[in-house]
Design a protein around this ligand. Structure first.
Ligand SMILES: [Zn+2]
Ligand SMILES: [Zn+2]
Ligand SMILES: [Zn+2]
Length: 260
């Protein structure tokens, strides 16, 4: 087998409020299993000495310190909900270190929301050290980032269409309640797929364990990891009920994948 070309690091596997959840004393929120502590959802993709981040969560600073991230070459946004966006200001140390702008990729709709949330980043004309230095790039079909092709995968998050991404033999599909048929076609022959699996009970804008098991089996991906998990799921117990090729992601999990 050729050497794995991509390393995916799970920076956060939790739902929008994180686990433990503020004020909650349930078995999962008080669990001693480190895999039951889940920061907000994000992954880092490492290849050829580059680091590409999907989403800047409110926990980004903590996640970057914990994963010892030393460079950041690009950021991709799935959508502009707070749990995927609000850590954007914390990319500044990478601007200082790299002395360069960082490209950020998003759909026109998402980019508009990013600009609305962080007007000071985009309003300022001259380079200021107290403001992130970014280069917005709109997504409109597949695009390349440092030689790796990313395919945006439209998914329904309630009524909103947002993006998952396919890259190499992997795909990352966070927040979704439904995957349109045309998007399923973009997800064939995967080695690894990450899927939203909030909880067991149905939710209007998120997938469930049952639904994501079905998606994984329909696609025939070799391995699937669930993410965006809330405190209804204890890691050990939830995994014991799943087939061996479907696992729960956890913060700090590293997965190696082929580049095609
Ligand atoms: Zn979310
Ligand atoms: Zn709880
Ligand atoms: Zn969302």
């Amino acid at each position: 087998m050729p050497a794995p070309a991509l390393k995916i690091t799970v920076l956060g596997s939790g739902t929008s409020v994180g686990v433990p959840t503020i004020g909650c004393h349930c078995a999962v929120c008080t669990s001693a299993d480190p895999r039951d502590s889940r920061l907000r959802p994000s992954v880092l993709i490492g290849y050829e000495g580059r680091n590409v981040l999907i989403d800047t969560t409110p926990d980004f600073r903590t996640q970057a310190l914990r994963a010892r991230i030393e460079r950041l070459d690009a950021v991709l946004f799935t959508h502009a909900h707070a749990d995927h966006l609000m850590g954007l200001d914390d990319v500044r140390p990478f601007n200082f270190r790299q002395k360069d702008r960082i490209p950020i990729y998003a759909s026109a709709h998402t980019m508009e929301a990013v600009r609305r949330c962080f007007p000071y980043i985009f309003d300022c004309q001259e380079r200021k050290t107290n403001v992130p230095q970014l280069e917005p790039r709109l997504i409109d079909g597949p695009f390349e980032v440092f030689g790796l092709k990313f395919v945006p995968v439209p998914i329904l998050h309630g009524k909103q269409t947002i993006h998952g991404f396919r890259f190499g033999a992997a795909a990352y599909l966070t927040d979704h309640s439904e995957i349109p048929e045309r998007s399923m076609e973009l997800l064939r022959s995967l080695d690894v797929i990450f899927l939203d699996a909030l909880r067991y009970k149905p939710h209007p804008t998120h997938s469930t364990v049952e639904r994501s098991v079905k998606t994984a089996e329909t696609l025939g991906a070799r391995r699937a990891f669930f993410t965006h998990i809330c405190h209804d799921l204890g890691h050990e117990r939830a995994e014991s009920l799943l087939p061996p090729h479907i696992r729960l992601a956890y913060d700090g999990l590293e997965v190696e994948v082929g580049a095609s």
